[in-house]
Design a protein around this ligand. Sequence first.
Ligand SMILES: NC(=O)c1ccc[n+]([C@@H]2O[C@H](COP(=O)([O-])OP(=O)(O)OC[C@H]3O[C@@H](n4cnc5c(N)ncnc54)[C@H](OP(=O)(O)O)[C@@H]3O)[C@@H](O)[C@H]2O)c1
Length: 249
Amino acid sequence: MHEAQGVVAALCAPSLSKLTTTTSHSRSNSISMLHASHAPPKHPKWSLQGMTALVTGGTRGIGHAIVEELVGFGARVHTCARNEAELNKCLIQWNDSGFDVTGSVCDVSVPHQREQLMESACSQFQGKLNILINNVGTNIRKPMTELTPAELSTLIDTNLGSTFHICQLAYPLLKASGLASVVFISSVSGFVSLKSMSVQGATKGAINQLTRNLACEWAKDNIRSNAVAPWYIKTSMVEQVIIIFLFIL
Ligand SMILES: NC(=O)c1ccc[n+]([C@@H]2O[C@H](COP(=O)([O-])OP(=O)(O)OC[C@H]3O[C@@H](n4cnc5c(N)ncnc54)[C@H](OP(=O)(O)O)[C@@H]3O)[C@@H](O)[C@H]2O)c1
């Protein structure tokens, strides 16, 4: 189990090649599984000054750590979340710290809210986006036979449908930037079986394949595509599971 910051250090590294477990035709395509802390030391010349980034779900957990790491390297960041009060609290803290972060209230599982999110990012960044971090994902832990059709839809819409559509919406902005990178937050569950996570795992497996396909399809536009597949990270999403683990141990 790791703190969210460990994943982010890997995300922001100039090269993910040391962490790569799967590659396809494109050099830019990598899916990384993080089982231990591989965070490379920050290079003083490594900078994201002048870069623009959209991070979905930036108010807690992995997304929050990604926002802070990106602005720490000099990028301008736009983020989103459903909880307006929590988003505003984060924005005030970031702005008080001198970080250039803006945000939109958005439920990424709702198509028209995704469109509004991209319009906000587009006007914020004058139509150019260098970095897209598809971080939002959810989980409903149940044996497969107990998942209702509504729960199946929630998992697929939030984890896969929203990610796919946000990529489509972001494409003109990514292309316009001339140098862009898309990062998907996948999961170890997309590679191996984890208890009561059949559909969540299926959506993450699909994201892995989407990563590979976009790496090939968008390479001509100078848009890289990578996925990071974390193991357990101590965030609000898995707090309850971690408490159960501790009881068992
Ligand atoms: N934590 C782990 O152990 C772990 C392991 C492997 C993979 N991952 C993946 O890492 C990603 C982030 O997970 P996390 O553990 O950092 O989650 P988290 O602590 O629950 O944080 C989720 C963030 O996303 C926002 N969010 C959630 N649903 C949203 C929606 N429908 N629309 C817009 N924003 C939404 C939340 O804010 P609001 O609630 O206000 O919307 C919050 O800012 C997910 O894709 C997850 O599958 C996590």
